[in-house]
Write a protein that binds this ligand. Structure first.
Ligand code: COA
Ligand code: ZN
Length: 326
């Protein structure tokens, strides 16, 4: 036996790509529309379960995603892949539905200060506005996911009490009938035992609701948090190609957990991510050219664990000398 990959036992983990939204929103360079479309198509071919293609927000707030309509309309739709888009209000929902989004990812923050700085309203105003979105799209059959930013801590307020986070979940799941909830660690404040606690609490209370965990690797705990979430029952993970990303309205924010790093680790451990790693790496290798700088991905630099290297040029001499000494 040469592999100890029994832990995952083929358990399905849905990998959800957010690089084209969470990633590109944080970039100063505008990635041309055609190239965004090609990137999404490459991600579809790589086998991601869901792709957050773009955001239907104010183009003044996030100019990098001002081509949201065109991107979502012109991508190739692979069967089985869910194409989702971030939406902050009714205006965004109308634009996303017209552009044939499969799912709307509604966003508000679990922390009042972050909600005010990111969305310019109180949490109560956000909830009222998002409830209006849910009512407006009900007849279209488009699915609703709700992302709760700062669910593991707020850079301005500190810890957000677990009962508060769960109460926002309750309002979206029980009152508004959301199909899924994403607990977002917007600024990398989550740590593994906390992740296990919140994941378990959610899973126990809403076993039939899709739960996604969304981590940023700001303090190097990203992969540890991913594994803690999986152990506690999570089966959906957001991640971004190359590890790019970060909320422009959260002080100190930085990249998401890196899709190719998570897929690489989970595959070794015996989980079924459905992702073709060589194809994913080929897509990731395009990123520095698209955004004009290096990306955090370790796998892109180091290669996969068993991408072996040739021995040194003078290896035969070294071996002969070592043999002559024995
Ligand atoms: N799509 C396009 N334009 C939109 C829009 C949407 N979904 N929502 C608002 N706008 C436009 C309005 O038309 C208005 O434009 P104008 O200045 O030309 O008249 C402008 O944005 C301001 O609208 P207003 O309703 O006053 O909203 P606001 O200033 O309170 O902004 C947000 C609220 C949330 C819509 C805006 O700040 C935003 O889109 N922020 C981006 C949030 C984000 O993506 N954060 C990172 C991811 S979590
Ligand atoms: Zn994020």
């Amino acid at each position: 036996m040469n592999a100890v990959n029994w832990q995952g036992q083929g358990r399905r983990i849905h990998m959800q790509e957010v690089g084209t939204r969470d990633g590109l929103q944080a970039e100063s360079a505008f990635v041309p529309t055609e190239q965004k479309i090609e990137l999404v198509n490459a991600l579809s071919d790589a086998g991601l379960a869901k792709i957050e293609v773009t955001a239907f927000v104010s183009p003044k707030a996030i100019p990098a995603l001002r081509d949201a309509e065109q991107v979502l309309r012109e991508i190739r739709r692979a069967p089985g892949v869910v194409y989702t888009a971030l939406v902050p209000n009714v205006r965004g929902a109308e634009r996303a539905v017209e552009s044939r989004a499969d799912e709307l990812n509604l966003v508000m923050s679990a922390s009042e200060s972050h909600n005010l700085s990111n969305l310019r309203m109180t949490r109560a105003q956000s909830f009222a506005g998002l409830a209006e979105v849910v009512r407006a799209v009900q007849a279209t059959g488009v699915a609703i996911n709700v992302s709760l930013s700062c669910a593991f801590g707020c850079p301005m307020e500190g810890d957000v009490p677990v009962p508060d986070v769960l109460d926002w979940c309750r309002r979206y799941v029980d009152e508004l009938g959301a199909r899924g909830v994403t607990l977002c660690d917007t600024t990398g404040m989550a740590y593994p035992t906390q992740v296990a606690q919140l994941t378990q609490a959610f899973r126990t209370r809403w076993p039939d609701t899709e739960l996604t965990l969304h981590f940023h690797n700001t303090r190097g705990m990203g992969l540890a948090n991913v594994l803690a979430a999986i152990d506690a029952g999570a089966d959906r993970l957001d991640a971004s190609l190359g590890g790019i990303g970060g909320c422009p309205y959260a002080p100190g924010a930085s990249g998401n957990v890196c899709t190719e790093e998570v897929v690489h680790a989970l595959t070794l451990m015996g989980y079924d991510t459905g992702v073709d790693l060589p194809r994913l790496l080929a897509a990731a290798s395009q990123l520095p050219g698209l955004i004009g700088h290096d990306v955090p991905s370790q796998i892109l630099k180091a290669g996969r664990r068993l991408d072996l290297h040739p021995c040194p040029a003078d290896f035969a001499d070294i071996a002969a000398r070592a043999a002559s000494r024995s």
